[in-house]
Structures are given as structure tokens and as C-alpha cells.
Design a binder for this molecule. Structure first.
Ligand code: IMP
Length: 191
């Protein structure tokens, strides 16, 4: 079983979540920077899977070690699935919740469904595959909570936003948590 993975990301939040989920399973996650890769490839794919593969392959070319990459985003029903693959570029960092709440102004409670989606690509030079995870929820009417990142303060699951959950609570039900568990299962199979 693989003991160490390089994560193709400069996003400290994704890295922190992946470490917390994979460490208890015996897998150490190191950042692309720690592995000596300083790249930020253009994410010009049409899907989460394409973008995840683009990032994983770009970093693999430099580090030549097993690499994972996460491409993820928020798909809002009332907005026809937007911002989707464009979630990172939807608004200036830290302004995404406000902008989305603005777009959702006047949308009633029963039409505020949304899903977080995550695809993880794995590349090691011999094998490559993707796994995915998602979590269903709804867009709240205001920002709540201090934890997490990105859209967490407006993504409601049950009666709390993801930013009101502890890291462990979020990881148990999140899109990233599910995708990383699927990754682990797949790696176990290939042992
Ligand atoms: P990318 O995968 O680098 O294209 O960026 C994904 C973007 O989706 C992030 O910058 C966040 O804005 C958003 N996103 C992805 N996962 C989460 C999450 O777990 N919580 C909140 N926002 C997320």
C-alpha cells in the first residue's frame, strides 16, 4: 500500500483536509511545494475530472512520485449548476459567499438545493484514475460559522452550515471526504 502521496495543490485548506482524512489510514500527504513542484497549470478542462487530471499530470511530470489532485466546486440548482468548475474564479477570494447570496436573492427555501462535488485524480506513471464524491445540501440565507473555507459558510447540511462544523464533522460527510475514501479503496485494491 502506498504510504506517501504528493497533493497537486497550493490550496492550504484542501491540503489540511486531505491530511486529516488520510493520515489515520497510514498515508502521508505532502504538498507539491514540499515535493519541489512549483506549477499552477491552466485549468481549462470542461469537467472536474479533466481539471483534476490536468493538475495531477503537471505535477507528476516534475516530481515523478504518486500524485493526487482535487478539483472541486459548488453546483447550485437554481443557477443551472453554476458556479461548478468555475467556483474558484467566480468571485475574488473571500467574496464568493456574498456574491452567491446576491444571485440567490428572492429564491425560496425549497428551490435552494445545491451540491458540493469533488473529483480526485491519481497519477503514478503506470496507473491513472479518478474517483469522485459529492454532498447534497442547500444555500442558506446568510453566512454562518467561522470554520472551513470558500462557500462553507452558506452551504447548509441538516441544520448547520459546513463552517459551523468541526473539521472532523465536515470530513465525515463532505464531497472531499467521500472522494478520498474512494481513493483509499481504489489504492487498496491495487496493492
Ligand atoms: P479548484 O478545485 O482549485 O478549481 O477550486 C475549487 C473551489 O471550489 C475552491 O476555491 C472553493 O471556492 C470551492 N470549494 C471546493 N471545495 C470546497 C469546500 O469544501 N468548501 C468550500 N468551498 C469549496
Amino acid at each position: 500500500m502506498i504510504k506517501r502521496l504528493v497533493m497537486a495543490t497550493n490550496n492550504a485548506n484542501k491540503l489540511r483536509e486531505a491530511r486529516k482524512i488520510l493520515a489515520p489510514l497510514g498515508i502521508e500527504v505532502i504538498s507539491q511545494r514540499e515535493a519541489g513542484a512549483d506549477c499552477e497549470p491552466e485549468e481549462n478542462g470542461a469537467t472536474f475530472a479533466e481539471n483534476a487530471m490536468i493538475k495531477a499530470k503537471a505535477v507528476y511530470e516534475t516530481v515523478r512520485l504518486p500524485v493526487i489532485a482535487d478539483d472541486s466546486g459548488l453546483c447550485v440548482d437554481a443557477l443551472g449548476g453554476r458556479p461548478g468548475v468555475h467556483s474558484a474564479r467566480y468571485a475574488p477570494k473571500g467574496k464568493e459567499c456574498e456574491k452567491l447570496l446576491g444571485e440567490m436573492n428572492g429564491v425560496p427555501d425549497d428551490k435552494r438545493g445545491a451540491a458540493f462535488r469533488c473529483v480526485i485524480a491519481y497519477v503514478d506513471g503506470r496507473n491513472e484514475f479518478t474517483v469522485s464524491g459529492s454532498v447534497q445540501g442547500r444555500i442558506g440565507f446568510e453566512m454562518r460559522g467561522e470554520n472551513g473555507f470558500g462557500y462553507d459558510p452558506i452551504f447548509v447540511c441538516g441544520d448547520r452550515t459546513m463552517a459551523e462544523m468541526t473539521a472532523d464533522e465536515k470530513n465525515k460527510l463532505s464531497h472531499r471526504g467521500s472522494a478520498l475514501k474512494a481513493l483509499y479503496k481504489q489504492l487498496e485494491k491495487g496493492e
